[in-house]
Design a protein around this ligand. Sequence first.
Ligand SMILES: Nc1ncnc2c1ncn2[C@@H]1O[C@H](COP(=O)(O)OP(=O)(O)OP(=O)(O)O)[C@@H](O)[C@H]1O
Length: 806
Amino acid sequence: MAIFSKPLNLNELFPHKSSRRPLLVLLATVLILRSRLFKPFTNKSSSSTSNALGLPTHSQSEFGVDAVHFPLVNASPGLGLPFVHQLRSLLRIVLPSLYTREALLLTAHSTFLVLRTVLSIAVARLDGRIVRDLVSADGKGFLTGLALWFALAVPSIYTNSMIRHLQSTLSLRFRTRLTRYIHDFYLSSAPHLRYYRVPLHGIDQYITADVDAWAESVAGIYGNLMKPSLDLLLFTSQLARSLGFRGTVLLFINYYITAKILRAVTPAFGRLAAVEARLEGEYRAGVGRVGRESEEIAFYDGGARERDILTRAYLRLIKHVNSIYKIRIAYEWTEDFVIKYLWSAAGYGLIAVPLLITRKRSRGADAVDGEGKGKEKRARKQKSDTDGIVAARTETYISNRRLLLSLADAGGRLMYAYKDLQEVAGLTGRLYTLLSTLHNLPPLPPALPGDGDTFALKNVDICVPGDPFTSPDSPSPTPSRPPATTSKLKAHAEPIPPSETLSGPDTTTLVRALTLTLRPGMHLMITGSNGVGKTAIARVLAGLWAPGSRSMLRGSTHTGGALTRPTDDVDGRPGVFVIPQRPYHPTGSLLSQVIYPHSVSEFTASFAALSELESLLDAAHLGYLVDREGGWDAVKEWRDVLSGGEKQRLAMARLFYHRPKFAILDECTSAVSSDVEGQMYEYAKSLGITLVTISLRPSLTKYHTHILTLTGDGTGSWTFSRIATSRAHEGLTEGRDESGLATPPSESESTAGDGERELVAAPTEDTGAKYLARVLEEIRVLEARLEESHVWEKRVRELGEELKAK
Ligand SMILES: Nc1ncnc2c1ncn2[C@@H]1O[C@H](COP(=O)(O)OP(=O)(O)OP(=O)(O)O)[C@@H](O)[C@H]1O
């Protein structure tokens, strides 16, 4: 074909050998990477510790190692050394080594970025060449140029789409890695229950929106920074060749002035982004609360009130976003002026340098040529020379102008990237706060080893835990508090030492020096007035709160005492299972409601039959549920579908399924009728479950052997006694009674307000006995009322006869 009569010549596009070599290396790299990158994501590991993307589940020991990279520091979300440290700590998670898919994606991304810059230079040169051929009316050259133009279009388009694709894939991989890490860390039960204890508000915003935004920004910022930086470097070096020394110096003066101006007008985008994320989180939490508690709100007809609350949260967010927009206007004006107009003016000036210099030189050459040559010949030569010079100048002008335009574009993108970088800093600060808070939660003291079947508290103060990050020695602000807007970044902020006390200084002691030992068959009832600390005891028994001891709080070296918990059996029988006051229903089928926290696959693996579960539902008086709801696989919003009493009975069915050694039942049958409640308690006991019941219902006393009464007089005192009346009912043997308590039937243990234990022999002093007396008194009053009912019955009969007679 005619257009290919002149062979495609790389020499013209890349006049220097050194600029051709990288192109070839790049093309080879692209081909190699492409073959590796388009392999589907496969899960090579069949181990259960890997997820669907082949990412390993993180172990507790890994988190221990990582803790050193996440010291708790007070740092505002801006650029600086703390940001570099925080970003590095997060990058360690998303890019753990060079032998990962992410590293490969990053290499491919970088390669395509370099390739795009190289192609841009080639396009600029080709542009110049085409116009030159046009000006000098070289048809053949023009068509060849056009063919080259199309030839370059193919790799250019491919490169652009690959850059976008690789960036989004990289962002997704970063998000997955970070999310996996946070899930494994935040939601691991053992050993520190971080999801329960972390003192951060709006945690959902951190884990969902912030992680997503961070991954996207970090994957984007790499390209956004690298591409324009590379462009600036390569375009400048290309331009420097035609601009000469003076032009290059001017170019750099231009860069310097631009950087100075923009730096002066750039607002603190990092801090603004962090505040925006926090306000977004508050608004999101508000909407979530309304969705969760919709029925309660509807009963109170609280729609209007909730609307006000949500609108206020939304307006706070919008006000902030609006202020960002306003701040941006001034910045963007300056940026547009500097990048578009100042740079273009500087560009014209710079382009003029080689043209004007070439023109001067060619005039000098004309003068020398003129001597001793024929007039006609001279005129002919002069015309062809002039044409050649004009064509060459046009080529230089077009190439340089295109390079300058690309340079201005690169400059603009670099400025945007600076803004993006500040936003990344804000998000990095938030995620770092989340992870450093999780890493630095003071550990819960481990339970003391026991025989595996005993529950014991020894001299334990039940205290409401204070802020885990506040201790008398470190009055630093909690990470949950918003960063101080005026604080300057400290290059190396001092790590905040984790709290050394278990409960913090501002703890409230609810119960003092509690000591009790429970063995299988010792069914304990915990009672006392509202807010006295009954659930608090359950929290300590369940391991949610640290068992405080006064000696610990006083800073003594004694750290013993505390809690001994029953352990899980090797066959999977749990040591302790708690049914809380508020029923909890996970998302999923009816089956998963009963077996929670087991998964369906765990249930299947345990060879348990559905018919067994049905018998457990029967025991909870819920035998009709499977048919009514459409089978075990029915998935519903169980919180809404079940009645209050049904939810509580379902929780009891859950207890029967797990059949723990000890069950802590925290007023979990308050909505169930007394007769059904009693039957369920009896059934639980028949399964070998030892009950620790928190209740205010006297009717439940008869299912227990011991009673712990919190006096609620403000001194934290308590009494612990055997329930004498339950003796016959339980058929307790003297042997069982040797529980380490040495509590004779007529005696009880108690503490006075000062925490000293005393044995109270007189039944009149015994709060447990008093409690029983109160129950008996209530029964007496009710029986008296029943007796009165005969009088009313008699009266009704009299009235009936009176009516008949008339
Ligand atoms: N996480 C907490 N932070 C601060 N205070 C708490 C916390 N949990 C409980 N408290 C306080 O501890 C006290 C005891 O609470 P607890 O839930 O143990 O009471 P309770 O005896 O179970 O009461 P009720 O019978 O009403 O359920 C209450 O005054 C409560 O306000």
